[in-house]
Design a protein. Structure first.
Length: 260
Protein backbone atom coordinates (compact mmCIF):
# COMPACT_ATOMS: atom_id res chain seq x y z
CA UNK A 1 0.00 0.00 0.00
CA UNK A 2 1.16 3.52 -0.81
CA UNK A 3 0.35 6.57 1.29
CA UNK A 4 1.78 10.01 1.73
CA UNK A 5 4.34 9.94 4.56
CA UNK A 6 2.62 12.90 6.19
CA UNK A 7 -0.65 10.91 6.31
CA UNK A 8 1.21 7.91 7.67
CA UNK A 9 2.63 10.02 10.45
CA UNK A 10 -0.85 11.24 11.34
CA UNK A 11 -1.60 7.64 12.28
CA UNK A 12 0.66 8.26 15.28
CA UNK A 13 -1.71 11.05 16.33
CA UNK A 14 -4.64 8.70 15.87
CA UNK A 15 -2.85 6.04 17.91
CA UNK A 16 -2.16 8.57 20.65
CA UNK A 17 -5.87 9.44 20.80
CA UNK A 18 -6.84 5.75 20.93
CA UNK A 19 -4.31 5.17 23.70
CA UNK A 20 -5.90 8.04 25.62
CA UNK A 21 -9.36 6.53 25.11
CA UNK A 22 -8.08 3.18 26.38
CA UNK A 23 -6.60 4.82 29.44
CA UNK A 24 -9.86 6.67 30.09
CA UNK A 25 -11.79 3.41 29.88
CA UNK A 26 -9.33 1.84 32.31
CA UNK A 27 -9.90 4.73 34.70
CA UNK A 28 -13.65 4.19 34.41
CA UNK A 29 -13.30 0.46 35.13
CA UNK A 30 -11.05 1.26 38.09
CA UNK A 31 -13.76 3.54 39.45
CA UNK A 32 -16.34 0.78 38.99
CA UNK A 33 -14.08 -1.67 40.84
CA UNK A 34 -13.30 0.77 43.67
CA UNK A 35 -14.93 -0.49 46.89
CA UNK A 36 -14.78 2.87 48.70
CA UNK A 37 -18.35 3.77 47.79
CA UNK A 38 -19.71 0.28 48.50
CA UNK A 39 -17.87 0.18 51.84
CA UNK A 40 -19.32 3.57 52.80
CA UNK A 41 -22.82 2.37 51.93
CA UNK A 42 -22.39 -0.86 53.91
CA UNK A 43 -21.12 1.05 56.94
CA UNK A 44 -24.02 3.49 56.80
CA UNK A 45 -26.51 0.63 56.47
CA UNK A 46 -24.93 -1.24 59.40
CA UNK A 47 -25.10 1.86 61.59
CA UNK A 48 -28.69 2.55 60.52
CA UNK A 49 -29.66 -1.04 61.34
CA UNK A 50 -27.89 -0.80 64.69
CA UNK A 51 -29.70 2.42 65.54
CA UNK A 52 -33.03 0.80 64.62
CA UNK A 53 -32.20 -2.22 66.80
CA UNK A 54 -31.24 -0.01 69.76
CA UNK A 55 -34.42 2.04 69.33
CA UNK A 56 -36.48 -1.16 69.40
CA UNK A 57 -34.64 -2.38 72.52
CA UNK A 58 -35.27 0.93 74.27
CA UNK A 59 -38.96 0.74 73.32
CA UNK A 60 -39.13 -2.77 74.82
CA UNK A 61 -37.52 -1.51 78.04
CA UNK A 62 -39.91 1.44 78.16
CA UNK A 63 -42.82 -1.00 78.02
CA UNK A 64 -41.25 -3.11 80.79
CA UNK A 65 -40.64 -0.04 82.93
CA UNK A 66 -44.21 1.15 82.39
CA UNK A 67 -45.55 -2.29 83.32
CA UNK A 68 -43.46 -2.32 86.49
CA UNK A 69 -44.61 1.20 87.39
CA UNK A 70 -48.22 0.14 86.97
CA UNK A 71 -47.65 -2.95 89.10
CA UNK A 72 -45.86 -0.89 91.78
CA UNK A 73 -48.82 1.47 91.77
CA UNK A 74 -51.20 -1.45 92.34
CA UNK A 75 -49.01 -2.84 95.13
CA UNK A 76 -48.82 0.60 96.74
CA UNK A 77 -52.59 1.03 96.59
CA UNK A 78 -53.11 -2.44 98.01
CA UNK A 79 -50.71 -1.78 100.85
CA UNK A 80 -52.38 1.57 101.59
CA UNK A 81 -55.77 -0.13 101.68
CA UNK A 82 -54.44 -2.77 104.08
CA UNK A 83 -52.97 -0.13 106.38
CA UNK A 84 -56.24 1.81 106.31
CA UNK A 85 -58.11 -1.39 107.22
CA UNK A 86 -55.73 -2.06 110.08
CA UNK A 87 -56.02 1.53 111.32
CA UNK A 88 -59.82 1.48 111.23
CA UNK A 89 -60.03 -0.85 114.24
CA UNK A 90 -62.75 -2.85 112.52
CA UNK A 91 -60.53 -5.81 111.67
CA UNK A 92 -60.44 -8.89 113.86
CA UNK A 93 -57.22 -10.22 115.34
CA UNK A 94 -57.06 -12.95 112.71
CA UNK A 95 -57.72 -10.47 109.93
CA UNK A 96 -55.06 -8.16 111.35
CA UNK A 97 -52.59 -11.02 111.27
CA UNK A 98 -53.51 -11.69 107.65
CA UNK A 99 -53.23 -8.02 106.73
CA UNK A 100 -49.82 -7.78 108.38
CA UNK A 101 -48.62 -10.83 106.48
CA UNK A 102 -49.93 -9.38 103.22
CA UNK A 103 -48.23 -6.05 103.90
CA UNK A 104 -44.93 -7.84 104.37
CA UNK A 105 -45.49 -9.77 101.14
CA UNK A 106 -46.46 -6.56 99.31
CA UNK A 107 -43.34 -4.82 100.63
CA UNK A 108 -41.14 -7.64 99.34
CA UNK A 109 -42.95 -7.54 95.99
CA UNK A 110 -42.55 -3.78 95.79
CA UNK A 111 -38.85 -4.08 96.57
CA UNK A 112 -38.39 -6.68 93.83
CA UNK A 113 -40.29 -4.53 91.34
CA UNK A 114 -38.29 -1.44 92.21
CA UNK A 115 -35.03 -3.39 91.83
CA UNK A 116 -36.20 -4.62 88.42
CA UNK A 117 -37.21 -1.10 87.45
CA UNK A 118 -33.81 0.24 88.50
CA UNK A 119 -32.08 -2.46 86.47
CA UNK A 120 -34.22 -1.70 83.41
CA UNK A 121 -33.59 2.02 83.75
CA UNK A 122 -29.83 1.48 83.99
CA UNK A 123 -29.97 -0.74 80.90
CA UNK A 124 -32.05 1.90 79.16
CA UNK A 125 -29.52 4.58 80.05
CA UNK A 126 -26.72 2.47 78.58
CA UNK A 127 -28.69 1.79 75.41
CA UNK A 128 -29.59 5.47 75.09
CA UNK A 129 -25.91 6.42 75.31
CA UNK A 130 -25.07 3.77 72.71
CA UNK A 131 -27.88 5.04 70.49
CA UNK A 132 -26.58 8.61 70.69
CA UNK A 133 -23.10 7.41 69.74
CA UNK A 134 -24.56 5.36 66.90
CA UNK A 135 -26.49 8.37 65.63
CA UNK A 136 -23.33 10.48 65.65
CA UNK A 137 -21.48 7.74 63.76
CA UNK A 138 -24.39 7.53 61.31
CA UNK A 139 -24.05 11.25 60.57
CA UNK A 140 -20.31 10.79 59.97
CA UNK A 141 -20.97 7.75 57.78
CA UNK A 142 -23.56 9.70 55.76
CA UNK A 143 -21.08 12.53 55.26
CA UNK A 144 -18.40 10.04 54.18
CA UNK A 145 -20.85 8.46 51.72
CA UNK A 146 -21.83 11.87 50.35
CA UNK A 147 -18.15 12.76 49.89
CA UNK A 148 -17.45 9.43 48.17
CA UNK A 149 -20.42 9.85 45.84
CA UNK A 150 -19.42 13.42 45.02
CA UNK A 151 -15.84 12.35 44.32
CA UNK A 152 -17.05 9.57 42.04
CA UNK A 153 -19.40 11.91 40.19
CA UNK A 154 -16.59 14.44 39.69
CA UNK A 155 -14.25 11.71 38.48
CA UNK A 156 -16.84 10.34 36.06
CA UNK A 157 -17.65 13.83 34.80
CA UNK A 158 -13.96 14.42 34.16
CA UNK A 159 -13.63 11.10 32.33
CA UNK A 160 -16.74 11.83 30.26
CA UNK A 161 -15.41 15.27 29.29
CA UNK A 162 -11.98 13.91 28.34
CA UNK A 163 -13.58 11.03 26.43
CA UNK A 164 -15.82 13.38 24.47
CA UNK A 165 -12.83 15.57 23.59
CA UNK A 166 -10.74 12.56 22.55
CA UNK A 167 -13.56 11.12 20.44
CA UNK A 168 -13.97 14.49 18.72
CA UNK A 169 -10.23 14.58 18.00
CA UNK A 170 -10.40 11.04 16.69
CA UNK A 171 -13.24 11.87 14.32
CA UNK A 172 -11.32 14.86 12.99
CA UNK A 173 -8.22 12.75 12.44
CA UNK A 174 -10.01 9.89 10.66
CA UNK A 175 -11.61 12.41 8.31
CA UNK A 176 -8.23 13.98 7.48
CA UNK A 177 -6.46 10.66 6.79
CA UNK A 178 -7.10 8.75 3.54
CA UNK A 179 -9.81 6.11 3.93
CA UNK A 180 -7.62 3.15 2.88
CA UNK A 181 -5.04 4.05 5.49
CA UNK A 182 -7.71 4.45 8.18
CA UNK A 183 -9.27 1.12 7.21
CA UNK A 184 -5.92 -0.62 7.55
CA UNK A 185 -5.35 1.01 10.92
CA UNK A 186 -8.85 0.06 12.16
CA UNK A 187 -8.41 -3.59 11.11
CA UNK A 188 -5.19 -3.81 13.08
CA UNK A 189 -6.57 -1.85 16.04
CA UNK A 190 -9.51 -4.24 16.29
CA UNK A 191 -7.02 -7.02 17.10
CA UNK A 192 -4.48 -5.19 19.24
CA UNK A 193 -4.24 -1.96 21.22
CA UNK A 194 -1.34 -0.48 19.23
CA UNK A 195 -1.98 -0.34 15.50
CA UNK A 196 0.62 2.24 14.51
CA UNK A 197 4.00 2.86 16.08
CA UNK A 198 7.11 4.86 15.37
CA UNK A 199 10.28 3.17 14.21
CA UNK A 200 12.90 4.58 16.54
CA UNK A 201 16.33 3.68 15.28
CA UNK A 202 15.93 -0.06 14.75
CA UNK A 203 13.27 -0.57 17.46
CA UNK A 204 9.53 -0.89 16.87
CA UNK A 205 7.59 1.39 19.21
CA UNK A 206 4.87 -1.22 19.66
CA UNK A 207 6.52 -4.58 20.34
CA UNK A 208 9.82 -2.94 21.41
CA UNK A 209 11.78 -5.54 19.44
CA UNK A 210 14.97 -4.25 17.85
CA UNK A 211 15.36 -5.24 14.24
CA UNK A 212 18.58 -6.68 12.94
CA UNK A 213 20.72 -4.77 10.42
CA UNK A 214 19.53 -7.23 7.76
CA UNK A 215 15.88 -6.51 8.64
CA UNK A 216 16.55 -2.80 8.29
CA UNK A 217 17.80 -3.06 4.69
CA UNK A 218 14.36 -3.42 3.03
CA UNK A 219 12.95 -0.80 5.40
CA UNK A 220 15.60 1.72 4.43
CA UNK A 221 15.27 0.87 0.76
CA UNK A 222 11.46 1.09 0.74
CA UNK A 223 10.00 4.08 -1.14
CA UNK A 224 9.16 7.04 1.03
CA UNK A 225 5.41 6.51 0.52
CA UNK A 226 5.45 2.76 1.15
CA UNK A 227 3.26 1.71 4.11
CA UNK A 228 5.38 -0.65 6.18
CA UNK A 229 4.28 -3.26 8.73
CA UNK A 230 6.27 -4.63 11.62
CA UNK A 231 6.95 -8.30 10.97
CA UNK A 232 6.84 -9.05 14.69
CA UNK A 233 3.60 -7.40 15.86
CA UNK A 234 1.90 -6.39 12.61
CA UNK A 235 1.44 -2.70 13.42
CA UNK A 236 1.93 0.02 10.84
CA UNK A 237 5.56 1.03 11.19
CA UNK A 238 5.94 4.80 10.85
CA UNK A 239 9.31 6.12 9.77
CA UNK A 240 10.19 9.43 11.37
CA UNK A 241 13.71 9.40 9.94
CA UNK A 242 13.89 9.92 6.18
CA UNK A 243 15.51 7.23 4.08
CA UNK A 244 18.95 8.14 2.75
CA UNK A 245 18.83 9.91 -0.60
CA UNK A 246 20.71 7.04 -2.20
CA UNK A 247 18.00 4.58 -1.24
CA UNK A 248 15.13 6.58 -2.75
CA UNK A 249 16.16 7.32 -6.35
CA UNK A 250 12.51 7.77 -7.42
CA UNK A 251 11.85 10.53 -4.91
CA UNK A 252 12.47 14.04 -6.16
CA UNK A 253 14.08 16.72 -4.04
CA UNK A 254 10.78 18.57 -3.87
CA UNK A 255 8.96 15.46 -2.58
CA UNK A 256 11.49 14.98 0.18
CA UNK A 257 11.19 18.62 1.24
CA UNK A 258 7.58 17.96 2.25
CA UNK A 259 8.73 15.72 5.10
CA UNK A 260 11.58 17.79 6.44
Amino acid sequence: MKADLFDQRRLLDLQAVDTTLTQLEQRRRKLDADTTLADARRRLQALTDRAASLTADIADLDRDIKRIEQEVELVTKRAAADRDRMASGAASAKELEGLQSELESLARRQGTLEDDELEFMERREGLEAELEASRAQTVEAQNALDDAESARERALAGIDAETAEAESDRTALTVSIPDRLVELYERIHAKQPIAAAELVGRRCGSCRIEKSPADMIPIREAPIDEVLRCEECGCVLIRTELPSSGSTPDASEEELKKYT
